[in-house]
Design a protein around this ligand. Structure first.
Ligand SMILES: [Zn+2]
Length: 120
C-alpha cells in the first residue's frame, strides 16, 4: 500500500526532527501533496492514524496542502493548469504536456504541542 509507506516516511522525518529539537509531543504536521503526486488523500489520512500511534505525533492533525498541477504545453508554448495526468491542454485541447508543478510530496513543518520544546 503506497500511502502507508508515504505516511511512514512522513512520521520518520517528523519524529527525527522532533527528537533533535527536544520536542516530545507534536500537535500538528503540515505537508504538501501536489495534485499530480499520485497520492490518494483519504488513504494517506487513514495510514497517518496508524503510523502515529504510540509516538510523538499520536493524535496530531495532518494538514495537507495541495499545490496545483501545472504543465508546459509544447503546442501553445505556455504553462497551463493540469489537474490530473491525461487531461488535455485547456487552451488547445492537445496532449503534448510536460508536468512542471504539483508533483511534489514533502513535509512543510510541524507544530509542537503547547508548552513543549522549541518551535520547529
Ligand atoms: Zn496547448
Amino acid at each position: 500500500m503506497h500511502e502507508l509507506s508515504i505516511a511512514e516516511g512522513i512520521i520518520e522525518i517528523v519524529e527525527r526532527n522532533a527528537a533533535a529539537n527536544g520536542i516530545r509531543r507534536v500537535s500538528e504536521v503540515r505537508i504538501a501533496v501536489g495534485e499530480l503526486a499520485g497520492v490518494d488523500i483519504p488513504s494517506l489520512e487513514f495510514a497517518w492514524k496508524s503510523v502515529t500511534r504510540g509516538g510523538a505525533a499520536e493524535g496530531a492533525a495532518l494538514v495537507i496542502e495541495r499545490p496545483r498541477g501545472v504543465a508546459w504545453c509544447l503546442d501553445c508554448s505556455k504553462t497551463v493548469p493540469l489537474p490530473r495526468y491525461g487531461s488535455p491542454c485547456p487552451l488547445c485541447g492537445g496532449f503534448h504536456l510536460a508536468a512542471t508543478g504539483g508533483t511534489e510530496m514533502r513535509v512543510i513543518d510541524f507544530v509542537p504541542a503547547d508548552g513543549d520544546g522549541l518551535s520547529a
